[in-house]
Design a protein around this ligand. Sequence first.
Ligand code: HEM
Length: 493
Amino acid sequence: MTTVAQDKVTPTLPAGPRPWPVIGNLLAFRQDPLGYLQQLQRTYGDMTTVYLGRMPLVFLFKPEYVRYVLIEHPRAFTSREISQPDETTASEGLLTIDGEKHRQQRRAVQPAFHKKRVESYADVILQYTDDALSGWHIGDTVDLTQSMQELTLRIIGKCLFDIDFASQLDALGKTFDEMIGSQAGILDTLFNLRIDNPVTAYGKRLAAMRKMNMSIYTLIAQRRSEAVERNDVLSMLLTTEDGSTPGQLLTDKQIHDHILTFIAAGHETTAIALGWSFYLLSQHPHVREKLQEELRTVLGGRPLTLEDVSKLTYTDWVLNESMRLYPPAWIQGRFAAEDFELDGVHFQAGTRVMLSQWVMHRLPEIWGDPLVFRPERWDPEHGQQVPSGAYFPFGGGPRTCIGMPLAQLEARLILATVMQRFNPEVPANYQPGFNPVITLRPKHSLKARLMPVPAKDDRSTLERRVIVSPTQALDERRGCRTALLDWLSFFRL
Ligand code: HEM
């Protein structure tokens, strides 16, 4: 990589790879975003500037900087979009609103995520997991990526909005795929082209959004016309004040954007975390065996209940470790609302700042053996010391994922239930690859053959590879072909 004298371009931005005219570093970024970010960190260290077209993005790769942005100075950075929102952005959802509006609206829905309330969702989670698994039999091959998407979608619909999506899972799943998974072309990205046509990525996203919008507005209208008071997030939103004008309730557009944000953010991420966990377990029989041993000890063969969850410590470590290696949210961004300074470098208001879980969760100086899948590193007594800001799968500070308690409970219950009944075996030649769009999806769906869980002493399944080798990791990275820009354009960052 060639370092450009950035002081000729903008006086305050840190050094980075030479940008090409017009396209900047877009091509290299699009080709392999995950590998490119890691390479940037290795070459330029704690901070670097990348140009997507003419737009500079400053990447910060140090735990202290992550803390600075998310935890210590959250008000100095905004998530709010700068460009004009359009039909494809949930611009009034919790992820993108700011300031007093954000504080007030987050406070209003917070009760839905308090510990006791979240625990009350356990019955729905267990029931729906049971329904999903009732169609699974030993010897079947199941598409775990799709099954987890459908299961988590059904769970979020019921827990937060008291709707059972059972009969619409397939159609809804496809709509979300079109909304989240479609990739804008390079020209569309560079020139911010928004051509509403069935063949363009923008047009496809728009069509999917319109379908989704209609369902959500219908739901809001139905709920407004009901006399019954329900105790779910939708009821909370209907009585929430906007936060900018006293007494002003949320509009339908604001409620719509909240619902869309909750459904999208609340199912895709958890499903992805589960998918990667199943993949990692299938590649690490030693870990799988330990997890199943824990399940045998705690459950003794009976069905899981909420009360068991606090005893499933190893299961918990597996999920932590899986989200370290494959963070469902792999990158997040902010705009500087005011000037700021980091280690003597001055940044102007308006600077776009990016943080990457993918890079931070794999820094060798923090993790030692970052490519090794080792749940034991999360053992609070003998595990690793992880500095604050080095591990943030759920973000941090006042904008930490509001759904974290639900996601954690849900992931533990689903992972434990599946692993108590089955050993999902992934074909030996399966390479997941990556599709890092908004979330870190696998490029190829995870299809697994359901094998029986071996009896306690059957250790024959343990004689397989136990670490992710660097070559395997490289092969996975070569599979990356999608871009940050889709993510950016979704949230209009
Ligand atoms: C494993 C699962 C999940 C992961 C990895 C995850 C990750 C994240 C991250 C990194 C953020 C911070 C984004 C930022 O600061 O820019 C976030 C925010 C958010 N998440 Fe999650 N999430 C998960 C599950 C959920 C669930 C289940 C829900 C819904 C119930 C949810 C709803 C939200 C919302 C509404 C925000 C915005 C919060 C705010 O700005 O106040 N997430 N999530």
